[in-house]
Design a protein around this ligand. Structure first.
Ligand SMILES: CC(C)(COP(=O)(O)OP(=O)(O)OC[C@H]1O[C@@H](n2cnc3c(N)ncnc32)[C@H](O)[C@@H]1OP(=O)(O)O)[C@@H](O)C(=O)NCCC(=O)NCCS
Length: 166
């Protein structure tokens, strides 16, 4: 039997972007709305992150999706979501992304921010600015992985010149 597509994978929904409801986040960094995903996280949370990975791929016209719900088998992937209450008091996923632990031959191993994506209606409202210091607290020192979007380049230029781009 053919695999059933999740709605966000379906090319018929290419122009649709939804901010899924998130229930049952038990531990999160309240101020920035940040919560981390690991092997114990509910599948619904991991699928919500995957949805944003699809949106990111689409918008950037990349060829591959950079996150899979099943990949938390080692400690080199730190995926995250960012939530905000909507008008009805329900929690919605407004952003998501992933850090990776990269090992290089010509450079010390390090954590990199591989991708981050905010729903278009949540952009230029200070969410990235708010979450960056929390990333530093939770992840430690990290670099930003290329390619950079225009938005990320502008952000780094203004606020975060101390971060390396690799
Ligand atoms: C890039 C992105 C992560 C920025 O997140 P954000 O929450 O919108 O950023 P902030 O609101 O904290 O922006 C802070 C400052 O960064 C700069 N900035 C952010 N996005 C910008 C953009 N698209 N164009 C120009 N400047 C931008 C501005 O100086 C902004 O301050 P201002 O709004 O007061 O002028 C977000 O726009 C996004 O998800 N874009 C699509 C995916 C993407 O590009 N991901 C990064 C891949 S490397």
């Amino acid at each position: 039997m053919a695999r059933r597509w999740d709605s966000y994978e379906n090319p018929a929904n290419f122009y649709s972007l939804q901010a899924p409801r998130i229930n049952g986040v038990t531990s999160w960094r309240k101020r920035a709305g940040l919560f981390w995903i690991d092997a114990e996280s509910p599948m619904a949370h991991r699928k919500a992150i995957e949805r944003y990975a699809y949106y990111f791929k689409r918008e950037m016209a990349f060829s591959g999706v950079q996150y899979e719900p099943s990949e938390h088998t080692d400690k080199t992937c730190k995926a995250f979501g960012i939530v905000k209450d909507d008008w009805s008091g329900k929690c919605r996923l407004i952003g998501a992304g992933c850090f990776r632990f990269r090992q290089y031959t010509n450079h010390p191993s390090e954590w990199v921010l591989q991708w981050i994506y905010f729903h278009p209606c949540a952009r230029r409202r200070g969410h990235l600015s708010e979450v960056f210091p929390v990333f530093e607290t939770d992840v430690g020192k990290f670099s930003i992985e290329r390619p950079l979007s225009l938005g990320m380049s502008a952000f780094l230029e203004k606020y975060a010149t101390k971060f390396d781009v690799v």
